[in-house]
Design a protein around this ligand. Sequence first.
Ligand code: 4AD
Ligand code: MG
Length: 477
Amino acid sequence: MLRGARRGRRSVERRQRHDLDDAVLHRLVLDEDVRPVETPVDARELIDDRVRGEERAGVRHGVAADLAEVAEDDVAAITDRREAVRRDVRLAADRVRGGQRHAGEEQGAAVLVHFELGAAEGVVAEDRRALDGREVRASRIDVIDAGEPFPIFTDQTEEFLLDRRHLAIRSQESVAIFRVKAELLRAFREFFDREEVVEMTPPVLTGNAAEGGAEAFQFDYFGRPGYLSQTAQLYLEALLFPHERVYALTPSFRAEKSRTPRHLTEFLNLEVELAWCDFAVLLEFIERMMVDVLHAVAERRGKELKSLGRPPEELLAIRAPFERIRYSEAIDRLAKLGFPVHFGSDLGTAEERALTLESKNPLFVTHYPRELKAFYMLQSRDDPRTVEASDLLGPEGYGEIVGASCRETEIARLEERIGQIGARVEEYQWYLDLRRHGNVPHAGFGLGVERVLRWMLRREHIRDTTPFPRTPSRHLP
Ligand code: 4AD
Ligand code: MG
């Protein structure tokens, strides 16, 4: 028998009560018996009692079922009661529902659950309605703040939810998504630690638009143009010389107006730069990294993955090597599928989708035409029309998740390409210095964290994978 097993006592104990619109601290003692329910109490009766402010004697062994469910099923039905008290109960229910933190507790264990603005004491019991099949049967709930009813329900429009994103992120779905995201970032960091790749902290405020002007967010930097970083790559290349193997996880900003399900204006770019690395070694590194982190997340967050529609076994089935095809081969395949493409065509969403729609493994597309790619990519020595670059396409049609290349070593070629993208060579002098003062062959890549998650979690839209998505039409909340 657990603590305080006196039975039959039931009271509504208000320690303090202000206007409900203010913060309210009150304690609802529903039952002091914290044993598992033997004779479940009718939840509606309990609420009725509370509404009348009455104490009820004679109920044995009872706890008030889980107040979360009490409210969902019954509160709405009690329409003739005072609004204030209904609101109270619903609030407590919302808090419990929104913030259950009892995973891992054994069935039958007595627990004290802390949720936002409250705490519940009770017993863990089986409940098939709960996400993990267990629920706390609350014997006491302390409400620390009574607010207005929670505005998020089922079947609300996407826009409504995005406008209330600061509250919608309390949903079980969001909780699962961001647990997986945290695990993914942890897995990357663990992988880099093992591979002795050192974490760096490049700037986000910059004086040149690294990847070219059109897609950079420009702002006034004390009278001079400043840009939000599109990539940390140029800084990582500088940091490579003292550290040899470096990475950074930084937000990247793209002023692309593209409203697609895979573009954000702010995303997390995980970028790596490796010295003494040729193209084959680069692709092997990416492949090893992907398999490693996907397996780690599948093993540690199986429950969340499953609840989000991605059985972890599907990630565990992903193995090296990934198929590698040249861009020219991709063009052939696409032409056979009826796409009007030729050597030089950019591969957009539809083309990338078609290339992996049927596959379960990611696909490397290599040797893109030079003009399609960034100025710093190494011109292929065997086919000068192309660069030693690869995009890794996610399986199941999800498209580019990683952009990788060996870096151009010759200053003249870099200057030529900088001119072609319409940038001013003077602004890149510091970058060209890296080639002047003792260059080594190196290569690197950037991985879009939200792109990877979109695929891993089978999300229709990339915005689901970031708590406060930034798109051309939204930077609030
Ligand atoms: O391919 P990107 O533009 O490559 C670079 O930024 C290189 N400088 C990286 C490097 O080599 N260090 O971007 C890298 C990845 C893409 O493969 C894609 O996954 C993701 O970032 N990405 C985006 N994700 C969300 N929204 C956008 N608008 C994105 N643009 C690129
Ligand atoms: Mg790219």
